[in-house]
Ligand binder design. Structure first.
Ligand SMILES: CSC[C@H]1O[C@@H](n2cnc3c(O)ncnc32)[C@H](O)[C@@H]1O
Ligand SMILES: [Zn+2]
Length: 427
């Protein structure tokens, strides 16, 4: 049985009836179906769902515990000490809580870097969401691996186990150049090549990182990665803020994908504004990510799009930069492309990863241009429904896949329990 969405506004502001079967948009405005599950699209807009290309989903348990700090202190004084106590159970409940928020924010897929990825997969598969899941590699012990060698074994087992899943793609995530030595970076790349994995890495996020890499290796971060044979089309670099023009050309030359995380960068004062106009000019595929909610502090891709657009405009003193249409494409189609999915458009033959927006709100009137509204006026709270891989996960604002209240209660309990182990009693 297929799904029929009747009388809904499409991104080009036309009324349409959309037919989904299996996990694909089969047709638009071809009224030939029976025995279908019908969704009333009246006063609703359909958009492609978001592809959020940089997250640490399970860090949803860390929301609000670490604020107003430099990234180095943020990591070394709070986050990494907390993560010493992270285990499979915390990762699972963090991913469930985060996953719920993804559904309510209209996000179909994430590229995630964290630990115990079996547990993140379990949560995402239960919720019906897509994930490109990278086990994190450090040169020092991680919450799940004493040594990088142990972490590599975990990656290989995960890659074998999840080779043919519909929603999950295994990946590998060497954390950064400052936390992985060259040998580890090269080993990570070798494993990625052997198993056909996407490599996720934090790159040139802060000025400190650039100085540190220059001090250690006499090269800038992108130069170093090029010199060790790390760069190619299967690398997804998160942040990519502190880059020279030559480095951006190098990223373009190797077809490296970039995940831009404007809210996290601004909040951590990482240097603020990624060189988007140059990335666009030289042909780097830019995508959009929120980062974890410990540094954002939510998964609202509408907010992320708006901040992306207005920070670029303000930084270059030019309101014509980062126009609404291209920003929307960055958050949807570009993200899907970077993660290897044919999605991000409301078009026949594309994956049925779709968001329904409730248009019946004052801040969405007058209804002139849907994409302008999406980038500058909408918020996650306007999401009325989400379909991923052809399956409705939320309709009429009701979560269909789990008991939301019970999940939130359990996840919050787990968050407080973890906090108390490190920081003392929650008042
Ligand atoms: C490789 S992800 C897991 C690892 O990275 C930490 N982390 C989370 N956000 C950031 C960021 O913006 N820059 C650097 N590291 C980050 C996370 O807490 C895990 O330890
Ligand atoms: Zn990150």
């Amino acid at each position: 049985m297929g799904i029929l969405i009747k009388g809904v506004f499409t991104p080009d502001r036309k009324k349409a009836t959309i037919y989904i079967e299996e996990n694909i948009i089969q047709s638009i405005n071809d009224e030939m179906y029976k025995d279908d599950f019908v969704i009333d699209g009246n006063r609703k807009l359909i958009l492609p769902a978001f592809y959020n290309t940089h997250t640490h989903l399970s860090m949803s348990l860390f929301r609000g515990i670490v604020e107003d700090m430099w990234l180095k202190d943020w990591l070394e004084k709070v986050v990494w000490p907390m993560e010493k106590h992270i285990n499979e159970e915390y990762v699972y409940w963090g991913a469930m809580l985060g996953g719920l928020e993804l559904i309510r924010s209209g996000i179909a897929a994430i590229a995630d870097m964290y630990f115990f990825m079996d547990k993140v997969s379990e949560a995402l598969e239960l919720l019906g969401l897509r994930g490109v899941l990278g086990t994190t590699i450090f040169e020092f012990p991680s919450p799940e691996a004493e040594t990088p060698e142990d972490a590599f074994k975990i990656v290989e087992n995960f890659a074998k186990k999840y080779k043919n899943r519909e929603l999950i793609k295994p990946s590998i995530a060497p954390h950064s150049i400052y936390s992985c030595n060259i040998e580890i970076l090269q080993q990570a790349k070798e494993i990625a090549d052997r198993y056909g994995l996407l490599v996720q890495i934090h790159l040139s996020e802060t000025k400190w990182e650039v100085y540190e890499v220059q001090k250690r290796y006499g090269k800038r971060p992108v130069e170093l990665l090029e010199s060790i044979g790390f760069l190619d089309k299967n690398v997804l670099a998160a942040h990519a803020v502190w880059l020279t023009k030559a480095e951006i050309r190098t990223l373009a030359k190797y077809d490296v994908k970039v995940s831009h995380n404007p809210v996290s960068n601004l909040k951590l004062a990482s240097g603020g504004v990624m060189p988007y106009p140059e990335m666009k000019e030289y042909g780097v595929l830019v995508t959009l990510g929120t980062d974890g909610v410990a540094s954002n502090n939510n998964f609202d891709m509408f907010e992320e799009m708006k901040v992306f657009a207005i920070s670029q405009k303000n930084h270059r003193w030019d309101p014509t930069i980062a126009k609404a249409k291209e920003v929307f494409k960055v958050a949807t189609e570009n993200g899907a492309k970077a993660l290897g999915f044919k999605a991000g458009r409301v078009e026949e033959g594309y994956l049925a990863d779709l968001v329904l927006i409730d248009l019946n709100s004052p801040h969405l009137k007058p209804f002139y241009d849907p994409i302008t509204l999406a980038v500058y006026s909408m918020r996650a709270g306007d999401v009325d429904g989400l379909i991923v891989n052809g399956k409705p996960l939320m309709l009429n604002r009701e979560i269909l896949v789990v008991n939301e209240d019970k999940l939130m209660e359990k996840a919050e309990r787990k968050a407080f329990e973890l906090y108390e182990k490190v920081m003392g009693v929650v008042k």
